[in-house]
Design a protein around this ligand. Structure first.
Ligand code: DHE
Length: 550
């Protein structure tokens, strides 16, 4: 009793902590150094995106040794071989890993994860290159490309992006980048294109050059997915920001040179449990149109950060408690509200970027919402809505986005209907289009994963009990590819919304293509094929990406 007892819980100092000796445990499986290295490489290439570097879990289940050891070697081997309907790929039966590799991975998961190195200012500065200084760049546009109609296309396994003219379908340049570029974003002026590889390498490409090329480069981490540029009036082209999966952090850079200015770690406490998480990864980042702020989504802690870039020395951040496992999202049609999927929680968090507050958390009623940037349209009876499809099932969910004229429906699920099937990643429309496109690239059925569902928006029934009908476009078949099992992924409109482009994504060794569909007639307009089009995935139209038109 007494004061000493009150302090009892905190009496244990670090020196008194009971610890286990790090390193091998008596029943550890035996692996050679070479095998461990190979397994480590496979883990980072194929598994870490979903399960995390420290294996704490997010889109995939946690794989920490307390769990893997409980499950045991055989369970792990079989799970990796056959996968699960909940989204774990069948690495063994699909032939992507052979039997020996599967067994090696099962053993690897029974051992403690290796801790990858940090990546701070010295490493960033070391990797930073200004290839063409701002003063040596063109003073005006030196090519005749209609930049607004350019498509930046990720050539995933080639570690490149292709810039394709939206008018002539001609490949204007193919630019070396980091591995598996995840997204492209455009500076507010439309001049600079920023891309980020999975390996954290950022390329800044000047679209004014005779042949657009990289003018600056930096590696911002070991694993990354997101990049964005400042868009608020008065701050156009001033800053770029990139988010890393490892180390968990974001960095604000000079918008002309990519010089790293400020690195902020996202390690910290989970929003609800308030327990420490060592690996809260930076998922999507969007620039606010209402304030000089970046909207930074921190996956594992479930926090949405509104980072005020107007004073980097006295950085102000609004930290919004949202929901765990934040992933991808976009703005509503007014650009005031930001909608982001907390995918493993089946929810969409809505943030009012004007007020800097959480507006709502909406349960979508489907499994694992995956909107990309989502799709905005005006439903004939429900008014303005934002839509998402789902990775885990065939549901398309519409959420009301008009608190002024449709207050009863705002931030609620106003309709739910079915598209082609589960395994959808992206959904898209355009203000001039009357169609809503929904892909299903991860559907296990080959025909489904090579097709796209199209809904006629004007014919969506007033009675929400009735499901709207859709047309199935056999995009993969239209591409006329004989080999492999191409997946059709990510619809993207051209600048005026008259065409929709789809990637027909095949393996590295086989032919891929881009298929262009006429949005009015829903007929095939063009198949773009070229030996350089290796594994095309994301496509980003300059105008639509720059102005957040989707
Ligand atoms: Fe993506 C968007 C992360 C798998 C193609 N992807 C995003 C975003 C994140 C993310 C955080 C939002 C970025 C933003 O808006 O700032 N993606 C991840 C993963 O962690 C995941 C699940 C596993 C991984 O290991 O990477 C993953 N993504 C994929 C793919 O397998 C895809 C199909 C091909 C690839 O390159 O790996 C893929 N992701 C894309 C694309 C977008 C994207 C094309 C942008 C869509 C858009 O229209 O904005």
């Amino acid at each position: 009793d007494g004061p000493a007892a009150a302090y009892e819980p905190s009496m244990t100092t670090l020196s008194q902590l009971k610890v286990e000796i790090p390193g091998m445990k008596p029943d550890d499986p035996v692996m050679t150094g070479e095998e461990y290295q190979e397994a480590n490489t496979i883990y980072f290439e194929r598994c870490a995106g979903c399960h995390g570097v420290l294996r704490k879990g997010a889109t995939g289940k946690p794989l920490t040794t307390d769990i893997t050891r409980e499950n045991g070697f055989e369970y792990l081997r079989d799970f990796i071989t056959y996968g699960s309907p909940a989204g774990m790929p069948n690495w063994g039966t699909s032939g992507q890993l052979d039997e020996k590799q599967v067994e090696m991975m099962a053993k690897y998961l029974l051992l403690e994860p290796s801790a990858p190195p940090e990546w701070g200012m010295p490493e960033m500065k070391n990797s930073w290159k200004v290839l063409i200084k701002p003063e040596d760049r063109p003073k005006q546009k030196e090519n005749d490309i209609d930049i607004d109609n350019l498509m930046s296309v990720t050539l995933r396994d080639a570690g490149q992006v292709a810039l394709i003219d939206g008018g002539t379908y001609e490949i204007k340049s193919v630019i070396d980048t980091g591995y598996a570029v995840h997204i492209s974003r455009i500076s507010a002026s439309g001049r600079y294109l920023f891309v980020i590889g999975r390996d954290g390498l950022v390329n800044m490409i000047d679209l004014w050059m005779k042949e657009p090329a990289t003018v600056a480069q930096i590696k911002i981490g070991m694993e990354a997915r997101s990049i964005e540029t400042s868009k608020f009036e008065g701050w156009e082209d001033k800053f770029a920001i990139a988010g890393a999966y490892w180390p968990p952090q974001y960095v604000i850079m000079d918008g002309d040179t990519l010089e790293p200015l400020k690195i902020v770690s996202t390690r910290g406490n989970v929003y609800d449990e308030q327990t420490y998480h060592p690996e809260p990864r930076v998922a999507s980042i969007l620039a606010s149109h209402y304030k000089p702020e970046f909207i930074v989504n921190v996956k594992e802690t479930g926090k949405i950060l509104l980072v005020d870039y107007s004073d980097l020395k006295n950085l102000k951040t609004t930290e919004i408690e949202a929901e765990r496992f934040l992933h991808d999202g976009g703005l509503d049609s007014t650009h005031r509200y930001f909608m982001v999927a907390a995918n493993q929680r089946g929810k969409i968090a809505v943030v009012d970027t004007k007020e800097g507050k959480l507006t709502a958390l909406v349960e979508t009623g489907g499994q694992t919402p995956h909107p990309g940037r989502g799709a905005n349209f005006t439903h004939p009876t429900l008014g303005p809505v934002w839509a998402t499809s789902h990775l885990g099932d065939e549901t398309v969910t519409l959420i009301g986005t008009d608190p002024e004229k449709h207050p009863d429906q705002a931030w609620k699920v106003v309709d739910k209907f079915f598209a082609l099937g589960g395994g959808s990643l992206f959904i898209k429309t355009h203000p001039t289009s009357d169609h809503l496109y929904v892909d299903a690239p991860l559907n296990p059925d080959a025909e489904t994963s090579a097709s796209v569902a199209v809904f006629d928006i004007s014919k969506m029934p007033a009675d929400t009990e009735k499901d709207p009908e859709f047309k199935t476009l056999p995009i993969g078949e239209w591409a006329g590819i004989a080999d492999g099992q191409p997946r059709v992924v990510q619809p993207e409109f051209n600048k005026d919304g008259s065409e929709v482009w789809f990637s027909v994504w095949n393996s590295k060794e086989t032919e891929s293509a881009i298929v262009v569909v006429d949005d009015k007639t829903l007929e095939l307009k063009k198949v773009i094929k070229d030996p350089r089009l290796i594994t095309p995935t994301g496509k980003f139209n300059v105008l639509n990406t720059r102005d957040d038109v989707y």
